[in-house]
Write a new protein. Structure first.
Length: 244
């Protein structure tokens, strides 16, 4: 029952309740799951990195437990196809929206925790979180691309990046162009303006990291495919989806 509720978005629960059936949405599980994810990350950090100080561990925890990483993991485990959405949310691309995916991931962690404790959550997701932690600590991944890009542009051009919302594309995605020194450096696409800006910042940072002056570089972003919903869900399925 916990796992079923973890996939019930508030829009779906509202529509079902209007029909006389009582279904709980996943918001309470999401609240608990936020703490469960942080506890799992802190536990891995404490056990695997005995020489790390509190400040470093706090920085890594914030990055690994961020919406960006949780969204990536939700997509990796294909959680989007299991989410129950209301008709309106479905039509507006809710199945691929970062905030919904990240919230669902937290709710799933809470459901597994309530059913089997923290060890059960670690069995399902622990290895991937350990890998994420290692990527940040080894420098393979940047903690915050927008901040990192801002540091580069301030140092090289004495100005901040400018994000311009261009349009909504045919799929309802936000399209943002990033300008530095009056020139377009990158284009980002996302399910929200915030996501589009992050994607643009990541591309711009990578361009500037590869070349001292990459202000003529302009990129586009691909959008994720939407998946159809499914009612058959369990912890083993989540593991298998991630490994396939």
């Amino acid at each position: 029952m916990f796992l079923f509720n973890a996939f019930c978005h508030s829009s779906y629960a509202y529509e079902v309740n209007q029909l006389g059936r009582e279904i709980k949405n996943n918001e309470r599980l999401e609240f608990l799951g936020d703490a469960v994810v942080e506890l799992m990350v802190c536990d891995i950090l404490y056990r695997n990195y005995p020489d790390s100080n509190e400040g470093d561990m706090a920085k890594v925890k914030g990055a690994v437990a961020s919406e960006e990483v949780l969204t990536e993991l939700a997509r990796e485990y294909n959680l989007g196809k299991y989410v129950f959405l209301g008709k309106g949310e479905e039509k507006t691309g809710g199945r691929t929206r970062s905030s919904i995916l990240a919230d669902t991931f937290e709710a799933v962690c809470a459901a597994i925790y309530l059913d089997g404790g923290l060890s059960a959550v670690v069995d399902v997701f622990g290895e991937r979180f350990a890998q994420q932690i290692d990527e940040f600590l080894s420098g393979q991944r940047i903690f915050d691309y927008k901040t990192a890009l801002q540091e580069i542009t301030q140092d090289r051009y004495r100005e901040l990046p400018e994000y311009r919302l261009v349009k909504m594309d045919d799929n309802g995605k936000f399209v943002v162009e990033l300008y530095v020194h009056g020139k377009k450096l990158a284009t980002g696409v996302g399910n929200s303006k915030k996501d589009a800006e992050k994607n643009a910042a990541k591309k711009a940072y990578q361009s500037l990291s590869q070349s001292f002056d990459a202000l003529d570089v302009s990129n586009s972003s691909s959008t994720p495919d939407e998946n159809s919903p499914s009612d058959s869900i369990n912890s083993s399925t989540l593991k298998n989806d991630a490994m396939s």
